[in-house]
Design a protein. Sequence first.
Lengths: 169, 190, 689
Amino acid sequence: MNRILNQRSLRITYYVIFLLAIVLIPATIVHAQDPTPSDDQVNKIAGQLYCPVCENTPLDVCPTEACRQWRDLIRQMISEGKSEAEIKQYFAENYGARVLSEPPRTGLNWFVYVIPPVIILAGAFFLFRALKGWTKPVVASTTSDTSEAKPIAQDDYVARLEEELKKRK
Amino acid sequence: MTEIKDTAPKRGVPMWAQAIIWGLLIILLIVVGLGLKRAQQGTVQPGDKIPDFTLPLFKGYEYEGKSEIKLSDLHDKVVVLNFWASWCKPCEQEAAEMQQAWEANEASGKVIFLGADYVDTEPEARAFLKKYGIDYYNGPDMGTKISQLFRMKGVPETYFIDREGVLQYVQVGPFASADEIQIHIDDLLK
Amino acid sequence: MIAQFGFGVLILSFIVTIYSVIAAVMAATRKSASLTESARRAMLLTFPLITLSALSLIYLLVYNHFEIAFVYEVTSKSMPTYLKITAWWGGQAGSLVFWSWLLSAFTSAVTLRKWDRDREFLPWVIVVTGITLAFFLVMVIFFENPFASMWFDKSGEMVKAMFMPNGATAVPLQLDGRGLNPLLRHPGMVIHPPMLYLGFVSFVIPYAFAMAALITGRTDDRWIRLTRRWTLWAWLFLSFGLVLGGRWAYDVLGWGGYWGWDPVEISAFMPWLTGTAFLHSVMIQEKRGLLKQWNMILIILTYALVIFGTFLTRSGVLSSVHAFAQSAIGPLFFAFIGLTFIVSISLLIKRWPDLHGETEMKSMLSREALFLLNNLLFMSVLVVCFWGVIFPLISELVTGAKVTVGPPFYERATAPLFAALMLLMGIAPLSAWGHSTVQTLGRALWKSALAAVITTVIIFATYTQNVIALIGFLLIAFVLFVTFQEFWRATRARQKTQNENFFKSLWTLVGRNRRRYGGYIIHISMMLMAIGILGIEIFQTQTQGTLALNQKVEIGGYQVEYSAISQFQGPDNREVTRAVVNVYRNGEYLGQVYPRIDFYTDSQQNMTIPGQRATLRDDLYVLLVDWQPVTSNGATFKIYVNPLVNWLWIGSFLFFIGVIIAAWPDKDPERAAVRASKTTRQINELRNE
């Protein structure tokens, strides 16, 4: 009797283990789904894009129906694992370069980035040259100003100030 | 400051500097002037020749098996080009009428309807097309290139191009009925 | 009838302006005193005339005359009266009348002063201001007429015209107007545009004087002295207009920001840059007699940027949230700009040799040299801004591609420039006119520099390790210490000799040297504003999420809880949806804020008004997101925490005080200038150890 019971319980155990395995193994294979990207994740990217139809409105604050669809599109792309750069690239290709918050660094657009430093440096160069041309070495000419180039005590400074103020009172 | 002398002679502005200043000013005025002209321009007008453009097509909306369509491929047909978007309420008003007009003209083979989807998302666009049963050739206006070509100001707008590739009529806003569309098509078929 | 009257008076003022210009030209060429007087009186006459026209327009706006197109477009019955008055500048046509009114007001004010010493200038000042006024009046009368009505012409199209076109029919009287854009229905509308326009328009006067100086050949310092005070006030109004625009955007737009680097904002900012540069370099001309040519360039450039910016805003050339609707004034305005640029440059080139002054500098570290560096930096920021605004135009013309030049470009380029300016703000006050060396400067500023470093280390230990913020705080602390040191030293010195109470000394010191100490106060206020800007730009945190009732979200140390919702009819014909939000910090209840959505039924538009909790430490800024449903089950909120941002507004208040002090007129301007420069020279001599 014991042997029969043992055999049966063994079989039952095998069945149970088998069933459990059938259930559990797929559960371990199915990895955790990416949670839906939060509004903040979407806004981080949308904040760097402009609404394709409105005038100069950032995509994260635009209230229109179309903008809502684009933000959902971003949400979907994030959950697909696309990177920020890929999403911005997608938007630029589909809706034109004007949705990006600065011109892509291609072709003519290089001028946007290059011209200001060039002009500023040129300005600095001209200013420096002009200043150099205008500055005479201090040694050359003696003036009433430089003859005072001696350390003056605080009291002396105060005394002169007092004198001056008295004169103007 | 008594020690400062006016040592340098009085010089006018050197010629090269003047040339640069005037040159830059002229360029600025030209750029701004042209920008102004462009801002004041309306859409492309009847009588203008339309340059060639390529419209990529959605899957399932191919033309002769090809996934994009060029204007130059259609040189013997009347082209009705409609700009629309799924988020555009007035576009919904004319969607059914456009499909109706298409069905009336499809068989003749002399007219072709094109739908250019303006800054839209594909799932919503497809839903829109399905909702109105639209089956003529549709695709996204990638990078807004085509709408910029026409200087489109808003959606919906419909452009009627004749067999020589010359624009003959612009409809700004939705059509009220399929008959209206037909009138313009008939004009171009003459 | 009122409309016809308003229009008629406007035409009359146009005729009077033209007469005034012609008379002034004749007066100048014939050197006739009587013609000058006639031109002057004619210009004075334009002010009451345009005032009458403006009053007519305001009457039409306030009393709901919707048969007038402009009134229909910008007002509606439900708007409160004060907003109907501000609607005067709420649309293109009305705001052009406002411009004209301000211009004639300023010109009248200028022509009313005593002209005995400068009789030569007067006719040309009238010519320049008169031509400008004439242009604006032409734009109003022929292109954007606020007194026009709407008609259906022969083909059934709607047109606007003053008098009935042939074969047209009147448009049926509208029962209600369209109403002002809800974004504009805010107290900010009362002051921001007028301030900006005040700033813009008042720059015409210094420009007119500059032109008069060039034309008459009287290129000595006279024109600078005459216009210095005007320029300061113009600059004050412009600065205020900019700050108010920022505050308004912050309060009302719901973007959690105060400045978007939008092309129209930048157009108003550019003249401010050159104006600030001018205010500094004009001091060099006064103290050392240098840089006449440069100052002339700066004034012309400032005015040119004013009208260029006005043109860009109103012509529809730029893509912007602020842009006016498409308008027919574009080509005319373009012609006006072209004319102004060409005439100004021609005159400047012609008189260039006469402007040549003594150009000799003692040292590269003298105050003159540092002021020139200041100018270079301001001009550099200008180059960045101008190029960023123009480039999209160029790109579209050359390649057909539309691009956006946005905040990343501007912030990256201007941040180091502003940092350099801040550094200068700390060094320049300590350098002497005429002569400074590394030693003298070093001796003067080592204490402040040390204090600044210590402060930064403290900030590093307690508040943040962000490098950019620390550099910013270091510079701000440096400038603040240097400026306070200036006040302190001078007050103490005076106190010792006068045996006065500290505050009496301070008061008298500032009173006798208003420009210098007013200027220092302005520097301090700028640093306070910089604190606010650093705080919000670097440390802002935001979050967006849907909250169910009584649900909390955590952000920036606060816990924010959605507590209640109510809906009711507000004044001014709007439906208000108002949420009650509880604010906690570390579990402790702090108060409530009330974000709301106002739906304006007449224009079918929403406005999201944030609920704000403002402290010195930060701003908690809660918005109801209006593209998601707002119900008692849940609502979507967008929450910003903006650290330190209120220093921006505190700083701007102090700024106002500083400019008032700096601009406060002396009893005799001539003597005061001499006095002030003499004291300065003495102090500098004493300081040159």
